[in-house]
Design a binder for this molecule. Structure first.
Ligand SMILES: [Mg+2]
Length: 132
C-alpha cells in the first residue's frame, strides 16, 4: 500500500526552512507502517535549489537518520507505467494540512501537528486489513 507523507507539521514541527522537533510518535508509526509492507512516499513542498539550499535533502536525511525507508520522493515510481500525472499516487495521504486530519498542538511547537495517537492506529488497521 502506497502512503504519501507530508513532512513539516506531519513528521516534524513547522520550522521551515529548518527541521523542527520530532512530532510525537511519528517515527515509531512510520517505521511500523514500513514493517507492515507500506511503501512510503515523501510528499512535501520542500525543494533543493541552485544556490545549494538543500531543504528537500534535509527532509530525506531525516528519514534516513530515523531508519524509515522511503519508496519515493514526491513521486511514486510505480505509476510511470500507467500515468503521466504529476500527482504522486497514494492510497493514503497523511498531511497536517489535509481537511479532517486529527491535530495536536504541543506547547513548544510553532503550529499544530498531526496527532499520531489517532492517525497511527487507524492507518495500521487499514494496512492489517489489506494484508490479511
Ligand atoms: Mg505540512
Amino acid at each position: 500500500m502506497y502512503i504519501c507523507i507530508d513532512f513539516d507539521g506531519t513528521v516534524v514541527d513547522h520550522r521551515y526552512p529548518y527541521v523542527g522537533d520530532p512530532v510525537p510518535l511519528a517515527v515509531d508509526w512510520l517505521q511500523r507502517f514500513v514493517e507492515l509492507g507500506a511503501k512510503l512516499i515523501l510528499f512535501t513542498m520542500r525543494s533543493d535549489d541552485a544556490e545549494g539550499k538543500e531543504y528537500l535533502r534535509d527532509a530525506v536525511q531525516y528519514f534516513e537518520e530515523n531508519n524509515i525507508e522511503l519508496f519515493g520522493i514526491n513521486h511514486n515510481p510505480d505509476q510511470d507505467s500507467w500515468t503521466n500525472s504529476p500527482k504522486a499516487y497514494g492510497k493514503i495521504y497523511i498531511d497536517d494540512s489535509a481537511f479532517g486530519c486529527p491535530l495536536i498542538h504541543p506547547p513548544t511547537f510553532n503550529r499544530p501537528c498531526v496527532d499520531w495517537k489517532v492517525v497511527g492506529p487507524a492507518v495500521e488497521a487499514t494496512l492489517l486489513e489489506q494484508y490479511n
